[in-house]
Structures are given as C-alpha cells and as structure tokens.
Design a protein around this ligand. Structure first.
Ligand code: ADP
Ligand code: SF4
Length: 689
C-alpha cells in the first residue's frame, strides 16, 4: 500500500548541523537495562529501529568518565578506549538502514553516587546525591581544575564517539540527571565564580564543551542538547528561563532536544498523562531558534505527529516508548499500514526493567531486548515447523499473542474463548479508571489475527479436557488466566485468616464485574503493591465510598516506583480523600470491621467498615491443564502431542509477562528441545590476566 499523502511531511529530510536526517522520526535516548552488561542485546535492539525506518536513533545515556556513574542503574560507558568497540557496533547497527546514529553523553554530577568506582562524586555545587536511592553520599564542589578536567573528558568522549562512528553527540542536561542542567539551574548551581550567578555564567561550561567538541570533531559531527523543559521549585531551571536561554544561545547546538522536567513527568504513564502532553511547554520555542526542535509525547498517532509539525511546534517527532512498542512505526506509516501499528499502552513496564536492573521488557512488543538474546524480531517470526494444528484455549494477552504468532508462522490455529470477547483480563481492566489505553494489547492482536485465514476463533467455548481430547489437534496451549483471591493470602500472610461471614468481602474480579459496594466505608487491603488497589480505590471513590487503604508497605502502590508512578498515585489517593494506613496488615475480618496489625510492633487495632476489598494475590486457573495431564495416557489416541500451560494460568504476573509467554510458546513450537541449556544468549565476562 502507498503512504497517505497527508503523512508526507513526516518523511521530509531535515538538516541537523553537518548531517541530514532522512525523515522526522527521532528515537530519543532511552534506557533498556542492558547497557554495559549486555551491549549486544542493546545493539540488536537499536538495529531493529533502523530497519523499522527511524531517521535518527540514539543510545541511552553513556557515562563519559569513571568519576561519575549511577550504579545500580545499568547504562552504557565510555570511560576509555576499551569501551569503543561495542559502541562502534551500536553505531554500525543504527546506520544500517540510513538512519543517523546518535550517542548521548552524560556526566551525572550531583546525580551519581559512584557506588561502583568509589570515586568521590564531583558536582557543580556540594551536596547530597540526588537520585532515587537516597544514598548516604555527598558530592564535593568542583574547583576550576576539576572543571578543566571535565572539559578534557568531554573532549575525549567526543573523540571516542567519532571513532565509534556516531553522527550526532547529544549532551544530556535533562530530567535533573546531567551536569549540564546542574550548571544551568540555580537550584543546583550555587557557585560564585564565573560558572555561577547570571544565566550567561551558568551557561559558560556548556558553551565551552560545545565549542571544544566541535573543534575535536572538526565540525563533522552534529551536536544536540537535551534539556529539561521545566524544572520545578523556586530556583529550578523554569520554562521561562529555558526560553530565555534558547533565545540567547539560539545557534549553540545543531538541534534542541526538549524533554519535560523530571523523568517521572517526561515519561508519564497513560493512566495520568495524555499523548502530546508537553505541547504547552514546548510550543513557541521553535520561533526562538533557527535550529530544529525535537520533543516527545508518547506519540503513536500519525495525525497527531503531523499536527505537531504543521502547527510549527516541532521539527522532529521524538519517541522512546512508541519506538519500543513498535520499532516499525515509521515504515508502517510510510507503507500505509496504520492499522498494523502496535501502539504503546503507556504502562512503563519498559522503564521497570531499568529501575530493577533487570533487562527491559515491553507489554506490547515481547521481542524488545530479545532481538539478540533469542533472535526474536518485532515483525518477523521463524518459518513453520512440521506440526499442523494448535488449539489455544483462552483469549487473554497470552493466548492472543500465541495465536497471532502461530498464525504468522502458518499453523492451523484454533482459539477457543469461554467468553464473548477477546482480551481476557485486559477486557476488564481497560474499563478501570485511567487504564483505557491498555485495551490496545487486545485491539492490536485481535486486528492482526482477524484477516488470517489459518486462525479460527470460537467464542462461548469454555473447554473441558473431554472437549480438547475430542478436538483432534497436534498441540494444546492452555492460556486460561488467573483469578484474584478473596482473602488475605499474599506476601504478609501466607495462610488465610478468620473471616466473619457477615462482612461482605470482594476481590478485584468482583469489582471489575460490576459487583461490590457503592457507598459506605470500604477497606481496601493491598498486599499486591502494583496498580490494582489504587485503581480500585479511585473506582470506589467514584462510586461514593469512603475508602480506607491498608497496606503492609511504607507507601501506596510501592512497586509502581519502578514505573515512575508511585508519587503520582499516592498524591491522587490523598487528593481523593482516601485514608492511607501504611505499614499495616489486615488480619481477621470481623463482623463490623477488620483487625489491623502494625507490621513493626505487631500492635493490633480495629478499623470499622461496611465492606472489604482484598487486593492480595491471584491464582492461576490451570484446571484444564491439570485435567489433561491426568489423562496423558489418552493423548496418543487423540493425536495430541503436547499440552502446555502459559501466562497467568501458569503463574500470574503483569500483562507483559503474558504476551512474552505467548510469543515464547509460539516461537518455540517445533524447535528442538534444548534441555537444561540456557534459553537465550548472554555475554560472559572473560577472565583477566
Ligand atoms: P493471560 O493474561 O494469561 O492471557 P487472562 O486471564 O487475561 O490470561 O485470559 C484468560 C482467558 O481465558 C479469559 O478470557 C478466559 O475467559 C479464558 N478462559 C478461561 N478458562 C477457559 C476455558 N476452559 N476455555 C476457554 N477459555 C477459557
Ligand atoms: Fe509502551 Fe508499556 Fe511497551 Fe513501555 S512497556 S513501550 S510503556 S507498551
């Protein structure tokens, strides 16, 4: 199919200093949890973006010197010449389809605790390290010699970036993380020498670094500046000052890459932030400078992108998460395949990979970070093997993804769903406050399997072992999901407690099905710690309930720190008038209330209520699988060669785990049994002399 002419503007080439980007699709720097530990995983991930049509592709942040590092977070390093080869591979991968390759250089200053190198952190001004982990470490203020050293290290980083083959150097001064922002901001720059005070002085270091970088690379590399659009606080580098700075340094970098103040704000989830939410902060900046401007906004709609360009807000469409969920987003727009775009759902599970020092994963794109490790590709799957037919039982995220990928591979797929719609848990959860975009998990997959002649879907089909054995297929994949418990069993209590039969107790499934209280005083007990309890609190407030939120954790929705949502969740609960009972566990459920235990002292109290909602843990619904296992002797006669259980039915987890399980099942169909071997490639550190 041909591209819709109204999207032509997105495919215009744009000059960035000495380089020209082939189009306006700009993959801004984003972390991925691989970094220096798994560089090849990152290399192949970036290569898929190149293949998918992005005009500019960046690395994540690259630490330029050992005196500033952000352990425990795993990013890239360019500490000396030995770091050049993996980065050269990355640049080569990025340029493999005509994209410009960018490297984001970072020196973390007040943001880097140096837990690994043990160097005393150096910052613009002295003070405690400002990062997520409240490390009991302070930075010292740099003196003039330190500043000269840092300029030399930037120069060396420019040289090595050029050696590695990059086209663009991005200087990181956004999200409060980079020292360039620390210089610019009066909050972190209290110097009284020529590097502090006036904006002119605070910008001096940046001017020097850019000038020296240009000299070092003989003007052959483009230089972009990644700045925060708005830093909060009375002395923060506010949007007003950002505009003043850009106006007075209009031609300093070759490109302005503008990101919202904090990472939490910049990468807001769809629960709290709309597509294109930064527009007010970035609008009008283009008029201050002749250099191109890039901004982000979780853009997945081609029309929204065009509007940003046509209305003169942006020159480039910046994207991190949309490029993770669909590395082929530009090509799909180019080829007139809008309906094939796998839209980011804005869940920030990708961010959690970095925050937990795991490796990132994506709810929508299970191939993300598995391109090298497992040889998965976001758009291509391996050829069909020798088997003929597969029955997938359950149309939730895992079953849908299994059916989609098996269908692409060419198997005869039957998808049997007990209910009347596809999507499983997503069908329910998308109706909860703020989670509408999560429905894209189902919509994308339903849209993809609909035209496949080899995938047949049956509704109202709650299958039993008897049905399955009578079906006559080669393989069965049981993806029947999970149900929430209606008791206290989770992490704090491993056993159910006493429950008075007169107290109404509900599970999240009950509430999602429309049951549960509408009014009165309700205790929500959260020993799950992710989003569900807080979302249900919002739902119950909207239903007119007075909500008491009880959790053994020290904060509400504790795990959502990893999706950058915890602060905004707790704020919302407080603003809604929800009462928080932190470090408290619900024990016995009584006639008129619940027993509440202090998790530190064991002291007991009673909280009166009219109903209780337990958000504790889930139980995999693997009954069908167990029944089939029990009848293994009958498989051969039924022609059945394998039965597997996947997704939440095997072990409940977030949606990303389910789509991954579906992909894995489908990818591994008819592949040789690898026994106990590691199921993915990894890089092993060699033995040093
Ligand atoms: P997952 O996250 O692993 O995909 P979900 O709970 O989202 O799991 O989806 C499970 C789906 O399986 C639901 O749509 C449910 O209706 C369906 N299901 C459960 N048991 C059966 C069964 N015996 N036969 C067919 N479908 C089933
Ligand atoms: Fe988007 Fe979620 Fe994938 Fe991140 S994990 S790219 S937020 S869908």
């Amino acid at each position: 199919m041909a591209r819709d002419p109204r999207y032509d503007v997105l495919f215009e080439p744009v000059r960035i200093g000495p380089k020209v980007a082939k189009n306006r699709f700009f993959q801004v720097p984003h972390c991925n949890g691989a970094g220096y530990r798994d560089p090849m995983a990152a290399v192949e991930m970036r290569r898929t973006k190149a293949e998918g049509g992005w005009g500019v592709i960046f690395t994540e942040q690259v630490e330029i010197h050992h005196t500033s590092e952000i352990t425990p977070f795993i990013e890239l390093r360019l500490w000396d010449d030995r770091d050049v080869p993996p980065l050269a591979k990355m640049a080569e991968a990025m340029k493999s389809h005509g994209a410009l390759a960018g490297i984001e250089l970072a020196y973390s200053g007040i943001n880097g605790p140096n837990l690994y190198t043990r160097e005393v952190p150096r910052a613009v001004s002295a003070g405690p390290i400002l990062t997520f982990t409240s490390d009991p470490v302070q930075a010292r203020a740099m003196d003039r010699q330190d500043i000269r050293d840092l300029r030399r290290w930037y120069r060396a980083a420019f040289r090595r970036s050029q050696q590695a083959g990059f086209d663009i150097v991005c200087l990181y001064g956004a999200h409060g993380f980079g020292i360039l922002q620390h210089f610019l901001s009066r909050a972190t720059n209290q110097r009284d020498d020529e590097y502090g005070g006036s904006l002119e002085n605070r910008a001096r270091f940046l001017r020097e670094v850019i000038e020296e970088g240009r000299e070092e690379t003989k003007g052959e590399m483009a230089i972009s500046l990644r700045l925060s659009l708005h830093e909060e606080g009375p002395k923060g580098f506010s949007n007003e000052e950002v505009r003043e700075f850009i106006a007075s340094h209009a031609e300093l970098p070759d490109l302005w890459d503008l990101a919202q103040g904090t990472w939490e704000k910049c990468s807001g989830t769809s629960r709290f932030v709309e597509e294109g939410a930064q527009e007010a902060l970035v609008a009008g900046i283009k008029a201050l400078t002749p250099k191109p401007v890039v901004g982000v906004g979780r853009f997945t709609s081609a029309d929204a992108m065009v509007r940003q360009i046509r209305s003169g807000v942006l020159d480039f469409i910046g994207a991190a998460r949309p490029s993770i969920a669909d590395p082929f987003l530009p090509n799909k727009i180019d080829e007139g395949r809008i309906e094939d775009i796998r839209e980011c759902i804005g869940c920030n599970i990708c961010v959690s990979g970095d925050m937990t020092q795991g490796i990132s994963r994506c709810t929508q794109n299970p191939a993300f970070m598995e391109e090298w490790r497992k040889g998965w590709h976001p758009e291509r799957v391996r050829a069909k093997g020798e088997s003929g037919s597969v029955l997938v039982v359950g149309g939730g995220p895992s079953g849908l993804e299994a059916a989609r990928v098996l269908g692409m591979r060419g198997y005869a797929v039957t998808l049997a769903e007990a209910g009347r719609s596809l999507g499983g848990r997503v069908t329910q959860e998308r109706r909860l406050p703020g989670l509408a975009a999560w429905g894209r998990v189902a919509d994308y997959r339903v849209g993809q399997i609909a035209p496949m002649p080899n995938v047949e879907v049956f509704f109202d089909s709650r299958l039993t072992a008897e049905d399955v054995l009578a079906f006559g297929v080669d393989h069965v994949c049981v993806a029947t999901g999970a149900l929430w418990r209606r008791d206290v069993v989770a992490r704090y209590h491993l056993e159910p407690g006493v429950m008075d039969a007169t107290m109404p107790v509900y599970s999240p499934d009950d509430l999602m099905a429309g049951a549960g209280p509408s009014g009165g005083r309700v205790v929500i007990y959260d020993d799950d710690h992710y989003y569900m309890a807080s979302v249900l609190a919002e739902l119950l407030v909207a239903r007119g309930c007075a909500v008491e939120f009880v959790t053994p954790a020290a904060k509400a929705a504790e795990w959502s720190d990893n999706t950058l949502e915890q602060g905004v969740i707790q704020r919302r609960l407080l603003e809604l008038g929800v009462t928080l009972h932190l470090n408290r566990a619900v024990g016995a459920v009584l006639a008129g209330g619940v027993e509440v235990e202090c998790t530190y002292t064991g002291r007991l109290g009673v909280l009166d209520c009219d109903a209780v909602v337990m958000v504790t843990s889930r139980v995999g619904q693997d009954g069908l699988y167990q029944d089939l296992r029990a009848r293994e002797a009958e498989w051969a006669e039924a022609g059945l060669r394998s039965v597997r259980v996947i997704g939440d039915a095997e072990a409940p987890a977030p949606i990303a785990w389910a789509t991954y399980a579906g992909r894995r099942y489908a990818e591994e169909m008819d592949s040789a049994d690898i026994g106990d071997a590691l199921p993915f490639r990894r890089q092993v550190v060699g033995v040093a002399d």
